[in-house]
Design a protein around this ligand. Sequence first.
Ligand code: CTP
Length: 406
Amino acid sequence: MFVVIGVSGGIAAYKAVQLVRLLVQHGHDVHVVPTGDALRFVGLPTWEAISRNPVTTSVHDDVPKVRHVALGQSADLVIVAPATANTLAKMAAGLADDLLGTTLLATTAPVVVAPAMHAEMWRHPATVANMAMLHERGVHVVGPDDGALTGGDRGPGRMSEPDAIVQAAYAVVGGGDLSGLRVVVSTGGTREPIDPVRFLGNRSSGKQGVAVAQAAAARGADVLLVTANVDSGVLAAASLPSSVRIETVTTTAQLQRAMTDAAPHHDVIVMAAAVADYRVAEVSDRKLTKEAAGAQERTLALVENPDILAGLVAARRDGQTIVGFAAETPGEGETLVARGRRKRARKGVDLLAVNEVGWSTGFESDDNAVIVIDAADDVVAEVRASKRAVADTLWDAVSAVRAPRR
Ligand code: CTP
């Protein structure tokens, strides 16, 4: 979700840092718009570091991107926390003399305000009238709480706690369409050791599976991500919310164990990992040398690995949805769709995401082109986009498959 957090100039701005942090942890794309006064309480570097996005306060910043309205237009949700008496008055009057004002006028997204001020200001007829006006316009209000205020006085005026604000916001926009769903996603590529320094592996970067996990978390799912040899940079770039549990494996046997153990506890299983089909029959304890081979050719005996997906499908419990991935090279006398249909049937999965790969397509890139085939052999989605957008399309397909059950 694209969330804009407006911060106005009150001491409670320090608590808004935690609010931003929570929403980032939940996987949202958070953009902070502090007023000039807010920056006297909490500085710009803090907002940028915590939100992981650039922060500007002036309508004259980033003019080519029309920033003064762009943030409001892109927002799925706007939260103003703390909302001071002054900011609430400006909102009620529709004033737009700073970036927060223009953003609020440019948005059609739900707006949640978390007022914070002294009890006298909260009770003042001007504030009461402004709140009534905002309420009438559909602005949602959380708090203020009753309690100790900054000057040692007590009364209504404390900004609500960050998690209460998040909950209130989720109540307005929904906690995500996958909320309550437990999903396990495998990604990366398994490696089979040959000797202590070499392995058999594949080119899968794991980016698509990481994006699948990222999208699920952002949409409210409870996510376990099993990574097989995924570069730490790929995981860091995704900045997964801390709620995503990560388990690391190397070989096919380890991946099989992780997935088989996890499967009974999850509603949806996505096998995005590229599994090594074979492993070396006899792994050498010592590094293989040319000298010992004594010839220009060397033969490695391989044995077939278990089909993890087949095992998961065989053990599938009621209500569980299983999704496979297939990377196919076209031009073998069969279309991608036909190959996909055959593989989906062979694997017995509810959905198969098929992508075309070649020497220079499909791997390591940030984009992907995928078709999704369901159990009725229908192509339910066809998408060429960023791996994150592909992931969202896949979750839409999963939701559609599960719709009758929910
Ligand atoms: N898969 C698996 N275990 C294996 C091989 C594959 O679980 N030993 C899963 C992959 O994670 C993927 C799906 O099966 O979700 C399809 O992978 P693919 O390599 O295309 O399947 P194969 O059966 O190996 O088909 P092919 O012979 O065409 O390589």
